[in-house]
Design a binder for this molecule. Structure first.
Ligand code: CUA
Length: 172
């Protein structure tokens, strides 16, 4: 994501520089300043329409997974309640199937903990805070089967490191 943003910026910077250089060279060719200005500003309305269209398209595409709809729990196949306490996890269910949309409702009975989901290769997949008095909702669709691990990602006392649980994802 960051490298995409970087390359996009780079391309836009180069494009803008090219336009400046082009305009500068053109302005040297002609002695008539008014004519140069007229030609330079001519594509302005087309560029504006282009930028407007691009803005609308980017907005629509990036908002397709509409956040409010996700919030309302649309398209959830399975809800798993995950409650943290010093120093263990209690899960209402500990298995799911590949392709199911899971909503983890994460809370804590005592202090703040971190709910972190790791795949079978121990790569962090997704995470959310577990807080007393709050239910934080984390949605995830498992794409590969296997034995996932839930670890605590926030230091919560002496046996913080022992706060683990497993979550089994079976092929569908
Ligand atoms: Cu719970 Cu660290």
């Amino acid at each position: 994501m960051q490298s995409t943003a970087w390359y996009t910026s780079l391309v836009l910077i180069l494009l803008l520089s090219a336009i400046f250089i082009f305009v500068l060279r053109r302005s040297r060719d002609s002695g008539d300043a008014a004519e140069v200005a007229r030609r330079a500003y001519a594509p302005r309305s087309k560029l504006f329409a282009l930028a407007l269209a691009a803005g609308v398209i980017i907005t629509v595409v990036t908002l397709l997974p509409w956040p409010h709809q996700l919030q309302a729990g649309a398209g959830i196949d399975r809800v798993v309640e995950a409650t943290a306490r010093q120093w263990s996890w209690s899960l209402s269910e500990d298995r799911a199937q590949v392709g199911e949309r899971i909503e983890f409702k994460v809370s804590s009975e005592d202090v703040n903990h971190g709910f972190a989901l790791y795949d079978p290769d121990m790569q962090l997949v997704t995470q959310i805070q577990a807080m007393p008095g709050y239910i934080n909702r984390l949605q995830h669709t498992f794409e590969k089967p296997g034995e996932y691990r839930i670890l605590c990602l926030e230091y919560c006392g002496l046996a913080h490191h022992a706060m683990t649980a497993s979550f089994t994802v079976s092929p569908n």
